[in-house]
Design a protein around this ligand. Structure first.
Ligand code: GRG
Length: 296
């Protein structure tokens, strides 16, 4: 199976699971479920849950066991996008080709939909922990995900991003922003999948390093795409940041170095995968390659 077929197959599997997670009861607060579902089911690449399931498979784990964590990871990612789009942050009108959550439901409900998704992610993971009699691997996977999403991870990256607006920043600060805002959830998806698949500590470290490299590649490619303009053509980020000056990998390092660095990170990621079963690692090798050329 080639990469695109594999991505499609896993995306379908994840979306089937996402459709099942919301209660269908007639409850006074059902508008919040509608708002959460609006953003959660609005498409997207589903990269993080796919990575989580695939890394579990890579280390010969039981993929079925990892599904609640994959769903939770996509919920955390979606919450971050809803909040990032708010007028108080990036003030975006479109996301994933659709109106942003606050444009449809208003700012108040959009904030609560993000909070609801974040909370529900932990409810879903804890349910698995409890159903499995507090098995350590599920607790460890949850710990990894919680750390990556918090102030020492994605939120930390977002904070430094916000306080750096309209300022000149050093390459070191830019790396901090990218490693936390973008890479942290990607890395945690790989590591959590590995933990649930009962990988050994050496394999976990390899998955962590691979996650860092593709996370940074992902962000550099995003910054390149911003210049090339493909995202705007696809209607993803129309209207954002018009009055804000944000440093990007390309604005700090220039286009030529950005492309060279992107290829260096890709090569490092691919090298790591030579340590795993060749057949199962093919997906990760092809993915690292694809992330350097993707156009959405
Ligand atoms: C609000 C706590 C908080 C964090 C926001 C995710 C994020 C952090 C900001 C979004 C802005 C941005 C460009 C972040 C870099 C990471 C990134 C490219 C996210 C978009 O991820 P994709 O491309 O989105 O995987 P889809 O829609 O495919 O899921």
């Amino acid at each position: 199976m080639n990469l695109q077929q594999d991505l499609k197959r896993y995306k379908i599997l994840i979306e089937e699971e996402l459709k099942k997670v919301f209660p269908k009861d007639n409850i006074p607060q059902e508008i919040i479920l509608e708002s959460m579902e609006y953003s959660l089911l609005a498409g997207g690449k589903r990269l993080r849950p796919i990575l989580l399931l695939k890394s579990c498979e890579l280390v010969n784990g039981n993929v079925q066991e990892a599904i609640p964590f994959a769903i939770a990871m996509e919920m955390i990612h979606t919450y971050s996008l809803i909040h990032d789009d708010l007028p108080a942050m990036d003030d975006d009108d479109y996301r994933r080709g659709n109106l942003t959550n606050h444009k449809v439901y208003g700012d108040g409900l959009a904030i609560l939909a993000g909070d609801g998704l974040l909370n529900y992610a932990y409810e879903i993971m804890l349910k698995t922990v409890i159903e499995n009699k507090y098995s350590n691997k599920f607790i460890d996977a949850m710990n990894e995900i919680a750390n990556s999403a918090g102030f020492n991870g994605m939120i930390g990256g977002q904070v430094v991003d916000i306080i750096s607006e309209n300022k000149e920043i050093s390459p070191k600060i830019l790396d901090f922003i990218h490693l936390n805002k973008t890479s942290a959830l990607i890395e945690a998806s790989l590591v959590a999948g590995g933990i649930i698949g009962e990988a050994n500590s050496q394999e976990i470290q390899l998955l962590r390093d691979y996650g860092k490299y593709i996370g940074v590649s992902f962000q550099i490619r995003d910054d390149i795409l911003d210049i090339v303009g493909d995202q705007k053509i696809l209607g993803k980020d129309i209207g954002s940041d018009i009055d804000k000056e944000k440093s990007t990998y390309v604005s700090i390092h220039g286009m030529d170095k950005s492309i060279i660095d992107l290829e260096t990170y890709r090569d490092k990621a691919i090298k790591i995968m030579s340590k795993f079963d060749k057949n199962k690692a093919t997906f990760f090798v092809e993915l690292a390659d694809y992330l350097t050329v993707r156009d959405n």
